[in-house]
Design a protein around this ligand. Structure first.
Ligand SMILES: [Fe+2]
Ligand SMILES: [Fe+2]
Length: 465
């Protein structure tokens, strides 16, 4: 009887790793990796950890380092797009396969990546610039990503070992890596496992098992700890069999050390939503604190409209995560100062749909996927991504749409400066009724007029593009 009850409880229990595992799809998008990259890296890394006999505590720390290893990757997207004059996701995808110690490979990568739509001259000019600034810029790009990733892990409350593993995952065994050029045992063991797992996965997903094994073999003692490579190669086929045949999410979930399983709590969900809001806002310098700003504005409206505590909680999380789909949009478009082409505008317009696609798969957040994805919908049906009208937009969706417009208008954009308060108020007034919920607009206007929302000024580089 007891064992039967335990079974029922186990089904009902949602592990926190299921939440992070589902959200890791958003991180895969930023890195230009195929869906499931983080999950598959986690499976590979945890299998290697088991084979070398890593203790439970270290495995628990490693587990989340592998799932969140790309948490800092959005922070260098804008600079990557600017450096290569290209889609940051394409540049990042190729970046992970290049051996930087080999000049021909590096040169080929640069030649293929820079200014894909440019003339031969603009391409040549950009190549020269990349050649001149490349090593320093690469170090800086990796540094930003490592520091931000570690910060995010600490924000959620993971142990320092997890944060350090994320911070050092691009270090190489021979000292040629970043950000600190650490060598051999100076590199934290968990970081060494993450580095091997992520590279092997990229080659597996792109070229198949043989190339994945070859890259581990050829970079043994260069990029990778030889003992880890040996543990991986001891039965690489066993790894491919699981990755190729079964539900990866389930396989990964089973590798979390049983007595260290983290349960989902409301506080943890709030921390996670804030962490991902920061990941989203770091994608572009023009969205500095946007998601948190939208959440503050939405909650200010919600409070005055006397929403229930439950509605307020959902509204806050929906607001923090409403633009998570932007992680799948190129910075070459998000940061473009000029007029967007039709195709570029279509890419931007896809982001609420991506928000829905991501959130609908996240346990405990599915119920707010629609509200979050409705933030560009209008009462008259002229919005996107579905173009639905007032009958399909609930109170939270309407509040969120107003809060989003308010915060966007009050921020600098690639094509305009932040608007003064009077202008924001007049735009809200104009849109109220036909496009935006009049009740929410009215409350928003009084919140603004009473100075309830103080915006933090962006750092100097934030509006420099
Ligand atoms: Fe949006
Ligand atoms: Fe937004």
């Amino acid at each position: 009887m007891e064992s039967a009850l335990r079974g029922v409880r186990d089904i009902a229990l949602v592990k926190y790793s299921d939440v992070i595992g589902a959200l890791s799809f958003a991180l895969d998008m930023v890195e230009g990796q195929p869906e499931g990259h983080s999950l598959r890296s986690c499976f590979i890394g945890m299998t290697v950890a088991n084979r070398i006999g890593l203790d439970r505590e270290a495995r628990a720390a490693l587990f989340y380092a592998l799932l969140l290893k790309d948490a800092g990757c959005s922070a260098n997207s804008s600079k990557t797009a600017a450096l290569f004059d290209a889609d940051d996701r394409t540049a990042k995808r190729a970046f992970k396969t290049v051996d930087w110690s080999r000049l021909p490979q590096t040169a080929l990568y640069a030649a293929r990546t820079v200014s894909p739509d440019g003339t031969i001259w603009s391409k040549a000019r950009r190549l020269l610039a990349v050649g001149k600034d490349g090593p320093k810029a690469t170090r800086e790009l990796i540094h930003i990503r490592c520091e931000r990733g570690a910060e995010i892990a600490r924000h959620v409350g993971f142990p320092e070992e997890t944060a350090e593993a994320i911070r050092s995952l691009d270090e190489h065994w021979d000292g040629s890596g970043h950000p600190d050029g650490l060598k051999k045992d100076e590199i934290p063991l968990l970081a060494r496992i993450c580095g091997l797992a992520q590279t092997v996965e990229v080659f597996y997903a792109k070229h198949g098992p043989e190339r994945a094994e070859n890259v581990a073999r050829s970079r043994r003692k260069k990029w990778f700890d030889p003992a880890l490579v040996d543990a991986f190669l001891a039965d690489a086929r066993g790894i491919w069999e699981v990755l190729g045949a079964s539900d990866v999410k389930l396989a990964v979930s089973m590798l979390e050390p049983e007595d260290r399983v983290m349960e989902v709590t409301p506080d943890l969900l709030d921390l996670t939503a804030t962490a991902f809001a920061r990941i989203i806002d770091a994608k572009s310098p023009f969205t500095f604190r946007h998601s948190e700003g939208v959440a503050e504005a939405a909650l200010a409206i919600g409070k005055r409209m006397e929403l229930s505590p439950r509605e307020m909680q959902n509204l806050s999380r929906a607001a923090l995560l409403h633009d998570v789909g932007k992680l799948g949009v190129s910075n070459a478009i998000l940061d473009k100062p000029g007029k967007l082409t039709d195709a570029e505008f279509q890419s931007i317009k896809a982001h609420p749909r991506l928000t829905y696609e991501i959130l609908r798969r996240v346990p405990h957040l599915q119920s707010l996927a629609e509200t979050a994805a409705n933030h560009h919908e209008k009462l008259d049906g002229s919005g996107y991504h579905r173009g639905v009208g007032s009958e399909s937009l609930d109170r939270s969706s309407r509040i969120l749409a107003v809060a989003d417009i308010y915060d966007a208008l009050a921020q600098t954009r690639p094509y305009r400066d932040a608007l003064p308060t009077e202008k924001v108020l007049s735009i809200l007034e104009k849109e109220s009724g036909q496009k935006l919920c009049p009740d929410s607009c009215e409350v928003m206007e009084s919140v603004i007029e009473e100075g309830e929302l103080e915006r933090e000024a962006p750092p100097p580089e934030a509006s420099a593009g």
